[in-house]
Design a protein around this ligand. Sequence first.
Ligand SMILES: Cc1cc2nc3c(=O)[nH]c(=O)nc-3n(C[C@H](O)[C@H](O)[C@H](O)COP(=O)(O)O)c2cc1C
Length: 414
Amino acid sequence: MKRVDDFRLRLGKHELVPIMIGGMGVDISSVDLAVEVARLGGVGHISDAMIKTVSDRRYKTKFVKEKLALYKYNVENEDKSAVKFDLGKLVEATRLHVEEAMSRKTGSGLIFINCMEKLTMNAPKETLKVRLEAAMDAGIEGITLAAGLHLGSFALIEEHPRFRDVQLGIIVSSVRALQLFLKKSMRTGRLPDYIVVEGPLAGGHLGFGMDWAQYDLATIVAEVIQFLKNEHLDIPVIPAGGIFTGSDATAFLESGAAAVQVATRFTVSEECGLPDKVKQEYFKASEDDIEVNQISPTGYPMRMIKSSPGIGDGIRPNCEAYGYLLDANGKCAYVTSYNRELALHPGVRKISVMDKTCLCTHMRNFDIWTCGYLTYRLKDTTRKAADGSYQLLTAEHIFKDYQFSTEQKIALPE
Ligand SMILES: Cc1cc2nc3c(=O)[nH]c(=O)nc-3n(C[C@H](O)[C@H](O)[C@H](O)COP(=O)(O)O)c2cc1C
């Protein structure tokens, strides 16, 4: 009987254990986690989501305070178009984070960064270019382009000296999205080095509508593999979303996938960036506690635990400090919803906003508990203590369980 360890992922000159841990913003897929996965021979991701606040927390910078001080005058203003990111500071924050990861890296694995196009940052092209180039300058080994179609992203960085040396991957949820991307990026004479195919059971934002349950990862992966074959394109395909056991992963590898991308099982690892008390919420969640809703201002459906403190919260928008979701015109759907509720409830001190959430503030504070569909199975991957709490796992334990287990077995910790 085959297991994941019988396969290898080839990326450039690298030969890897075919397990990639997906990017999880904001700093949920931490440097600690990525470094550990690289040591074990797989591919780890850090994320550049809200990089300045991550830098402040991790490297004692003061980027958020400085930005807020600069734009404080605008806090009560509905129009956020004046609130811009300082590109030099964006470079600095990205550099600090990537250098921390790369300087600690050991082993034969790789460390990539997850860059979401939907972080439009009130100047989508300029900020994305800076983010991608700064990560390459700081030595990142690969970039996974996520959350958005990224049709122009390759062209943004084609002049960079590392454009052809860094591993560049995309996340898609359909053949159609892949076709669009390939058509557009063909002009740069460079294809992606890998394609993550993310199905409807993933955590974070989904590349589907609210009809996500109609779709099935295995079917989409088969379509993508067939499409690439028809086009005579040899690009590794990496399925993601709901791959919970080594056997689940092996089934994909046997049907032509080059690796798998997984995330949910690592949310309860010691190395994961979530606070320990939030990790317990992930363990405790039952199937009914998890929903896909439309409260993300990005417009994409997002999966989360229903009791996330951020849901329904009517906090004043924090764009002067953060502002990662402001579009090219300085607009965010949460700001619109917040102002509507404010106008409807004059004089009320604490309003509630149900249809959208201030994703920046709540992700930064770990108050939106985004998760994969199979989060309710995490409790079966560990032991429960007498006080009702669940034992955290090491990333090594989870990684090796994926790598070596068979017959749908999940190894419990010592
Ligand atoms: C807590 C959490 C946060 C996530 N955040 C991101 C993100 O910032 N960017 C992204 O591209 N994918 C994100 N994802 C998706 C994962 O990278 C991954 O593709 C997917 O969750 C894999 O499915 P699994 O969780 O069922 O293993 C997130 C997933 C989780 C569980």
